[in-house]
Design a protein around this ligand. Structure first.
Ligand SMILES: [Zn+2]
Length: 416
């Protein structure tokens, strides 16, 4: 089968990182061209054997569409923290945002069923006794992601044994599969995984009734998080930071009350909340006062500092993008509650709009959101590429926002 394979060993990858200056900045857009896809790229197009997990509960899938995520671009450009090197096995086929069809029956799901994949490779998928986190349904917190019958890999798309969505075929465990309703286009279905992460982020934000929320970033993560906040939490005003005109339009459609540029954030939040702005001897100004809840949906140093600088004392900051290093003085001095939001869980606690809370899986909640108008509109701004045009695809993904593209995906069935 034809796949894109991440094959580079760590030393070579690090050399690429030095050549590219990859550790100096996290803002991929604008400087990405040729870096991910040039001669130092750790990715290559190869023919290799289909994955051979062949265990009870596992089934073969044919990929229909697989998205390119910011975390994939981070891994390819070498800007991802070495922390994660213990949690992957090489060579792996990337691609954890997947819509595919079953090539054989998988327990209750018949061959031919169109599915989306919850990529986290939990205890159930690894055939080991469930850890505490998995037992509680907090599957994204699984502690067994390096053991069992699979080699290490925190998710499908980072594990050498399962294959990934950037290949023609992969294997997945029944616990990872969610059937896609007939009539839902692949372009919307492939956004289910990022939407599930957005649902999880919205839950981790623990938004108080009528709270003022700031979302920094209007790529797919920021847009879908805005949609999840508006749909599933009692948030009041939601301010979204967007750079590009198409992002601004979509942010409003997702439920933003106002959309601002990165340069306007502090001024607008100050005015809206009656905060004071102060300016340190060096570096950017910050607020005393600000929003109740802020979400970094980018993962750059600039984005993280801007949310730390615009959140009121005692407020909550959620890191939804893979975080960069930043000055944490505000976390200490303003007693911010900083929390991570990684992937999504099979059991999420959500509010239903009144003060009732319930428990449902993130993919279940996401399945409803992706059928709505906002995601339908986002799916219209999707670009898909055959595997052999991977260099173009990655360059496009790196500059997607400015080109009006919401998501770039691979269609491994295409040979165009
Ligand atoms: Zn587990």
């Amino acid at each position: 089968m034809l796949v894109l394979e991440m094959y580079r060993s760590l030393p070579r990858h690090l050399a690429g990182r030095v050549l590219n200056g990859g550790s100096s900045g996290r803002n991929l857009a604008g400087r990405v061209s040729g870096i991910l896809s040039g001669y130092t790229s750790p990715l290559r197009l190869v023919t290799r054997d289909e994955p051979a997990v062949h265990r009870a509960g596992w089934a073969r899938l044919r990929t229909r569409l697989s998205g390119i995520c910011g975390s994939d671009l981070g891994a390819l450009s070498g800007s991802t923290s070495l922390y994660f090197s213990a949690l992957v096995s090489m060579p792996f086929v990337p691609g954890h945002e997947v819509v595919a069809e079953l090539l054989e029956d998988c327990e209750d799901l018949p061959a031919g069923t169109r599915v989306v994949v919850d990529p986290v490779l939990t205890c159930a998928a690894r055939g080991v006794e469930a850890c505490q986190a998995c037992t509680a349904g907090r599957t994204n917190r699984c502690e067994r992601i390096t053991v069992g019958h699979l080699r290490p890999g925190l998710q499908t798309g980072f594990c050498a044994d399962t294959g990934g969505g950037w290949g023609q075929f992969l294997e997945a465990h029944r616990s990872q599969l969610h059937a896609v309703p007939d009539g839902l286009p692949d372009e919307q279905a492939v956004l289910t995984e990022p939407t599930a992460c957005a649902v999880h982020t919205a839950m981790r934000a623990q938004v108080p009734v009528n709270a003022r929320v700031l979302v920094s970033g209007a790529g797919p993560v920021g847009l879908l998080t805005t949609l999840a906040l508006r749909s599933l939490t009692p948030a009041g005003e939601i301010t979204v930071v967007a750079k590009h005109s198409r992002q601004r339009e979509l942010a409003r459609l997702c439920g933003a009350t106002e959309v601002v540029t990165p340069g306007e954030v502090l001024r607008r939040v100050r005015r809206a909340t009656g905060a004071f702005q102060v300016r340190p001897a060096f570096g950017s100004p910050y607020l005393l006062g600000g929003v109740d809840v802020a979400i970094d949906a980018v993962g750059s140093r600039h984005s993280l500092e801007s949310v730390l600088h615009a959140t009121r004392a005692g407020g909550r900051v959620v890191l939804s993008g893979m975080p960069a290093a930043a000055d944490l003085s505000a976390v200490w001095f303003r007693e911010l509650e900083v929390t991570g939001a990684y992937a999504s869980a099979q059991v999420e606690e959500y509010a239903d709009g009144s003060d009732q809370t319930g428990q449902r899986g993130a993919f279940d909640l996401a399945g409803e959101l992706v059928r709505g108008e906002a995601v339908r509109e986002m799916a219209r701004s999707m670009a898909s590429y055959p595997l052999h045009r991977w260099r173009e695809a990655l360059d496009h993904a790196g500059g997607a926002g400015g080109l009006g593209t919401v998501k770039v995906a691979f269609d491994p069935r295409s040979t165009r």
